[in-house]
Design a protein around this ligand. Sequence first.
Ligand SMILES: *[C@@H]1O[C@H](CO)[C@@H](O)[C@H](O)[C@H]1NC(C)=O
Ligand SMILES: *[C@@H]1O[C@H](CO)[C@@H](O)[C@H](O)[C@H]1NC(C)=O
Ligand SMILES: *[C@@H]1O[C@H](CO)[C@@H](O)[C@H](O)[C@H]1NC(C)=O
Ligand SMILES: *[C@@H]1O[C@H](CO)[C@@H](O)[C@H](O)[C@H]1NC(C)=O
Ligand SMILES: *[C@@H]1O[C@H](CO)[C@@H](O)[C@H](O)[C@H]1NC(C)=O
Ligand SMILES: *[C@@H]1O[C@H](CO)[C@@H](O)[C@H](O)[C@H]1NC(C)=O
Ligand SMILES: *[C@@H]1O[C@H](CO)[C@@H](O)[C@H](O)[C@H]1NC(C)=O
Ligand SMILES: *[C@@H]1O[C@H](CO)[C@@H](O)[C@H](O)[C@H]1NC(C)=O
Ligand SMILES: *[C@@H]1O[C@H](CO)[C@@H](O)[C@H](O)[C@H]1NC(C)=O
Ligand SMILES: *[C@@H]1O[C@H](CO)[C@@H](O)[C@H](O)[C@H]1NC(C)=O
Length: 495
Amino acid sequence: MVETFLGRFHFHFDNRRLDFKRWISALISSHKTLFTVLWIVAFASIFVWQRSIVDGLRIFGRAHPARPIPRLRPVAFNLTDFGGVGDGVTVNTEAFERAVTAISKLGSRGGGQLNVQPGRWLTGPFNLTSHMTLFLAEDAVILGIQDEKLWPLMPPLPSYGYGREHPGPRYGSLIHGQNLKDVVITGHNGTIDGQGQAWWVKYRQKLLNHTRGPLVQIMFSRDIQISNITLRNSPFWTFHPYDCKNVIIKNVTILAPIFEAPNTDGIDPDSCENVVIENCYISVGDDGIAIKSGWDQYGINYGQPSANILIRNLVVRSMVSAGVSIGSEMSGGVSNVTVENLYVWNSRRGVRIKTSPGRGGYVRHITYRNVTFDNVRVGIVIKTDYNEHPDGGYDPKALPVLGDISFTAIHGQGVRVPVRIHGSEEIPVRNVTFRDMSVGITYKKKHIFQCAFVQGRVIGTIFPAPCENFDRYDEQERLVKRSVSQNITDIDYDF
Ligand SMILES: *[C@@H]1O[C@H](CO)[C@@H](O)[C@H](O)[C@H]1NC(C)=O
Ligand SMILES: *[C@@H]1O[C@H](CO)[C@@H](O)[C@H](O)[C@H]1NC(C)=O
Ligand SMILES: *[C@@H]1O[C@H](CO)[C@@H](O)[C@H](O)[C@H]1NC(C)=O
Ligand SMILES: *[C@@H]1O[C@H](CO)[C@@H](O)[C@H](O)[C@H]1NC(C)=O
Ligand SMILES: *[C@@H]1O[C@H](CO)[C@@H](O)[C@H](O)[C@H]1NC(C)=O
Ligand SMILES: *[C@@H]1O[C@H](CO)[C@@H](O)[C@H](O)[C@H]1NC(C)=O
Ligand SMILES: *[C@@H]1O[C@H](CO)[C@@H](O)[C@H](O)[C@H]1NC(C)=O
Ligand SMILES: *[C@@H]1O[C@H](CO)[C@@H](O)[C@H](O)[C@H]1NC(C)=O
Ligand SMILES: *[C@@H]1O[C@H](CO)[C@@H](O)[C@H](O)[C@H]1NC(C)=O
Ligand SMILES: *[C@@H]1O[C@H](CO)[C@@H](O)[C@H](O)[C@H]1NC(C)=O
């Protein structure tokens, strides 16, 4: 394509030069000074013309023309229709707000679509509306403004009673929504970039008085879909659906630095029902996914569980925390979660359930299937003493119930501790099943399958050999040997 274009370039150039010569000879007969001046002007204009051709060539050489934006709603707008400027400097908060106001009037007619064209669109936080599609073109980047004074404060989440990092109000999210229905954020892999660096630094230096805001937070809503885009550098949790129903996240890339980007969880379904997360790539500075349902007494009172969650076909990296977590805030309960075809690489932990006395609630009916750990320090973790509380008002006798958890087809290599299930006398872990597991370990030592206060069964042969707490069954699920005690404790955090 470039060669053809160059050929065309020479052709035009020669033509132009021929015209030019004829024009010059006409001039020579008239005035000599005028001739000199004109010669210079003409030469300069050819130079400028040539340069513009070269610039054109560079744009042309971008491999492909811009992909046309599909029409996904009856009415579509461009952000520029509302005065948006994608120069990376102009603040577009009002343009987004005007666009959302326009779309909010179209609900009864199938809603509206807002196209964000290629460019860098700096903005402060703004709200979405129902029946809206936000479409990010290829090379469109929405940039979160870093000045926290432009981030509105919101009351604490009812199930946290607290801003999570500081008491009292918290910053809202860059892209926010409450009480919505039918919202889609999609595109040709455009990006929402929270520019979280400034927030992380201020957080570490303890310069913030309020809890940082998520990148995208949708609350009390239903029928939400996020697909085909990239989310990066969130100030705090990246996507936080809170008390929502019917949430689909597919084919999304979520990125943040793997170190020194505190609390940049990828996706935190929180008191949500009917959630599908699939075909995503997540590499962040905290948990890739963390399923939650509120914190201690506030979460118990709010009483809204996370349930019916399907997570599949994911590649996740988390050097600081875990690939897929449940908890530690799970006080409204978490149930019916399936995690399958998960690949966790170069991470601290693979999959983790974390809780503590005071949480109340439950974690049950959790299925892990076809999970691969590649260079992970601890593969499977259940931790029952994650003692982080909103305030002194929690009830230490509110004990979470953990059980009915199964692990099937667990594979991997380069894992230091494949399993650490640390139940306690107060919070025993019940009915855990292992079947078909072979995980390559980095050290052939003791303490590689660590257990305490866990009851359950192992079906068939697994590697590494399970702890004595489990009953043994053969492949046909016939009892081979019953465990003498589920209370045996072999936990070693030095590993
Ligand atoms: C949006 O801008 C594109 C060019 O980028 C143009 O083709 C299209 O007609 C515009 N659409 C609307 C709804 O204004
Ligand atoms: C955004 O939504 C929140 C919650 O509904 C509301 O408090 C706030 O005023 C809204 N902001 C704007 C600019 O509409
Ligand atoms: C995933 O999204 C990219 C653009 O972000 C698109 O090119 C690709 O076709 C999508 N894949 C699927 C399976 O939807
Ligand atoms: C989307 O963009 C991200 C960030 O630039 C990139 O890592 C990812 O591979 C892209 N996804 C697709 C499907 O092209
Ligand atoms: C935090 O509060 C202190 C004392 O009121 C104030 O000086 C400082 O500017 C505040 N910082 C931010 C980021 O709001
Ligand atoms: C993602 O992009 C692909 C390719 O453009 C498209 O076929 C698919 O419908 C999109 N998926 C969603 C859920 O938007
Ligand atoms: C469990 O969740 C799945 C989605 O992953 C759903 O299809 C199924 O109906 C749920 N089961 C129950 C008993 O609610
Ligand atoms: C297991 O998961 C991997 C991704 O980690 C995938 O490539 C493979 O196809 C899955 N196997 C089955 C049987 O689904
Ligand atoms: C143990 O958990 C499995 C799911 O992993 C469930 O099917 C089974 O009914 C549970 N057994 C008991 C006795 O509750
Ligand atoms: C195991 O611990 C439980 C709870 O503390 C206790 O009820 C039970 O008697 C203990 N069993 C054995 C065999 O020590």
